[in-house]
Structure formats: C-alpha cells, structure tokens
Design a protein around this ligand. Structure first.
Ligand SMILES: *Cc1c(COP(=O)(O)O)cnc(C)c1O
Length: 453
C-alpha cells in the first residue's frame, strides 16, 4: 500500500523494520495480507503479554459491547472500573501484602510516569529526581528528562531539567556497586546532587538493552531511599504484568516501592491503559490535579479484569513463565556460547531476555534475517545492539522452540558471513559501532512467502 509513504509521518519506526501489511493475529502468531505467518517475539513492545486477541478476554469484551456497557467514562464510577479494582485488590495487592492506592492516569505509560514524578515532587517539595543510565521512561517532557537515550532526549528540543543520572547496576562493571555511589552523593552536601524527591528505576531496563539489576542492588537502592527519606518509584510498565516471572518485577527482591507505574500489558488485550500505584501517604493529590479525558477506558477495565481473573488467581501462570524463562535462558546461553566468539553475552530475567551482540549492525542483520524466516523480533539498547526477547508469556512451547530455532539459524548465517564479531569495549573506551538505521527500511521479502493463489 502506497498510502503510508504518501501521508504517514516519517516518525514511523517499527513499520520500517517490518515492512509488510499486517492484518490478523491470534496468540503468538501474526499474519500479513498475503497470509504469511510470523511468530511474534515483539508482542506489541511488551503490551501483549497474553498474546493477540486472547479468546477469553475477547468474549468478555464482545459481551460488554453487545450490552451497551459504557465505553468512555472519564473518571466516573462505572461497574467495569469497580470490578477491575476489586479484582486487582483481591488477586494482586492483597496476596502480596501491598497497601497501594490506585490512580487512573491518561492511558499511556508516559502519562503514568509524568503523574508519578509530579506526585513525588508534590509530596516532598523537592525537584530533583535520580534516574539511571540507559533508563527509559517515555516520550513526554518529564519522562524524557529521566530517560538516558540522547536521541530521544534530543527530540524534546528544549532543555530537560530536574534529574541527576547515576550509573545503573553493572554500568561500571560487575565489581562496582553503584548504589554506594548514590549513597555517598546523597550523604555529601557538596556532592552537587540536590536532595531528590525520588529515584525512578526499572528493575530490568527494557529499551535500554535488557539490563537486569541484581536483587541485592535493588534491595540496597530501596534501603538508601529509606535512609535518605527519598521516594522509590519502580517503573514496571514493561517489566511488570508477569514478564519477569512474577506479577510485579520487584517481588523477588522483597522491596516495597513507594510508587509503581503500570501500563503496557495491564489491559491484557493491547488496549491503552495505565495506572500509578502509591502508598496511601503519597496520595497527596487534590481532586482533578492530574486530569485527563481518557482515564476511563472501560473496555480496558473489562479485559484487564479478565486477565487478572484468568491468570493471576494463583501462582500457576507465574510458574509457567518461570519455566519458559529458564528454557529461553538455556537456549540463549547455548547460542551465545556457540556463535558469539566469546563476545556476545545474554542477560535478563524471566521471559525478558536479550542477546548483546555488541554491534548494532550485527544485531540488525540478525533481526532482519529472522523476519525473512518468519520471526518478528526487535533490538534495543543504546546502539540497538541487543536482540530482545519479548514473546507473549502464553506462547505455546512448540512455537517458542520454533522461534528460537529461527533465531539460532539467523545468527549462524549472519555470523558465518561476518569477518569477526566485535569485542565488547570497556566502558571507558566507549565508541560502539552505530547501527545503520537506513538499511532497516530495505524491502524485505519473507522466505516463506506463500505462492499467490
Ligand atoms: C514503554 C515504556 C514507557 C512508556 O510507555 P508508553 O505507553 O509508550 O508511553 C515507560 N516506561 C517504560 C519502562 C516503558 O517500557
């Protein structure tokens, strides 16, 4: 179709990496207009943890639409919203002993982040926010100010204030605990770091290259926040909703953040929906102080409740995610050992895993090769150098295996052609090779393209 080149903005991005016309999808499979089938390891950038069009949620949604259930409700009390809150309280908060107030924000993750930053500043009367290298929190101004990536921050076009960046776990090597640096800087009135309102952190950095913080690092961070009377915000927009093997990504660390943001897979169906969770004493909003027209996407409330009722009444689903996560980790480790010449490495947690190919060019060649073979998989990280696993948590074992088989074959073919795999540079050398964005838009014909019937 020519219409996209004709009038759609140049801002489009995923469409360039996967230049086909997509039409239908079910579970972990997505189909283009010619009926070519692809295994979806991108899954709406983590917004489709339960796959496309889950039949149970779909039926609930169709019933609700059929009976003229309210679609848009602003922040009015509706039955759908009440029932979502009940399910969230019973299935998620109470079993985890989490005493949180639920705030409905505008329906995108970045709006939840804005709200989280605003309430942290209001509650403490301080401006500064501690954020981390390679952190990624969304595209509006406040969220950009705590994001690491210079291309995205540059898009703001104005100075971004109010944040101090600290190295994330592992940024200065495995032996350097960067929370000690934070502790020292917060303890020293001449460190140059203003006493912050909050620290905002992802437990596993999604867009930043699937960097997983260790449990001890998270625990230490939480301790330091408490000690310095600073609020801890966990941005669980991508790592939450089961991705790491528990509903919240911070459960394993046993920490209790003051504020949590959720979005992406919260609706379960890919419908826009975001919330901020906060401890009751943080809830210092005046009525209407963070307003927004689309805070009442009742269709999302219906499917979100369906997802919680279906998957989160007990720990069966979490165990399944952990089992598949282990399978992914084992397969990926084997692939890295076989083809990575000692330079690739893999990290992540649960079904949130990446292969660091060191070079963005190499990672891009691998994902393009995957696409030709019927697998949709993206890259992330500063130079798009990490091949990123985000397949639906509900993926069937045979398709998980098939997808990883395709990836392995692609890596084998690409690495056989590459002269040598670049070595990972030490942090002080910098200068990774930059991926060739333009080559992403090459027309890609799937190898499995069906004969026109
Ligand atoms: C995707 C993401 C956001 C932003 O969500 P949008 O819905 O794209 O605005 C914020 N934080 C994290 C960790 C994310 O992965």
């Amino acid at each position: 179709m020519k219409i996209f080149e004709e009038i759609e903005s140049e801002v489009r991005s995923y469409a360039r990496a996967f230049p086909r016309l997509f039409d239908k999808a079910q579970g972990e499979l997505i189909y283009d207009e010619d009926g070519n089938e692809y295994i979806d390891f991108l899954a709406g950038a983590g917004s489709l943890n339960y796959g496309h069009n889950h039949p149970v949620f779909k039926e609930k949604l169709i019933d609700y639409i059929q009976r003229d259930g309210i679609t848009q409700g602003l922040d009015l009390h509706t039955r759908a919203k009440g029932e979502f809150l009940e399910s969230f309280n019973e299935n998620i908060l109470k079993p985890r002993n989490l005493d949180y107030i639920v705030m409905f924000t505008g329906p995108t993750g970045t709006n939840a982040v804005e709200a989280a930053l605003k309430i942290a500043r209001k509650k403490t009367g301080r401006e500064n926010i501690i954020s981390f290298t390679n952190g990624w929190h969304g595209q509006t101004l406040g969220a950009l100010s705590v994001t690491g990536n210079s291309t995205h921050r540059g898009g703001a076009g104005i100075a971004l204030h109010g944040s101090t960046r600290i190295p994330y776990d592992g940024y200065l090597g495995d032996d350097f605990d960067t929370t000690n640096l934070l502790d020292k800087m917060l303890s020293d009135s001449s460190s140059g770091v203003d006493k912050p309102a909050a620290v905002i952190v992802e437990t596993v950095q999604g867009e930043g290259g699937i960097n997983a913080a260790s449990m001890t690092w998270l625990q230490s961070l939480s301790e330091i926040c408490k000690r310095h009377d600073v609020l801890l915000i966990v941005d669980d927009i991508q790592a939450g909703c089961g991705r790491t093997g528990t509903f919240f990504s911070f459960e394993e660390a046993g920490i209790y953040p003051d504020i949590v943001t959720l979005s992406k897979s919260l609706s379960g169906y890919g419908l826009p929906f975001a919330v901020v969770l906060m401890k009751p004493e943080v809830d210092q909003w005046s009525p209407g102080e963070h307003n927004g027209t689309f805070r009442g996407n009742n269709h999302a409330f219906i499917t979100a409740k369906a997802a919680l009722d279906h998957f989160w009444k007990d720990d069966k689903f979490a165990k399944e995610v952990q089992r598949k996560g282990q399978y992914i980790a084992d397969r990926v480790d084997a692939i890295v050992a076989k083809y990575g010449e000692g330079n690739f490495n893999s990290h992540g947690r649960g079904m949130f895993r990446g292969i660091n190919c060191v070079s963005g060019d190499l990672a891009g060649q691998i994902t393009r090769k995957c696409f030709q073979k019927g697998l949709i998989i993206e890259t992330s990280g500063a130079d798009d150098h990490v091949v990123k696993f985000l397949c639906p948590l509900t993926i069937r074992d045979e398709n998980l295996k098939k997808g990883i088989d395709i990836l392995e074959q692609a890596i084998k073919e690409v690495c056989a052609k590459a002269d040598s795999i670049p070595e990972e540079k030490d942090f002080f050398e910098g200068d990774y090779s930059v991926s060739d964005e333009a080559s992403k838009s090459d027309v890609i014909e799937p190898e499995n393209k069906k004969a026109a019937s």
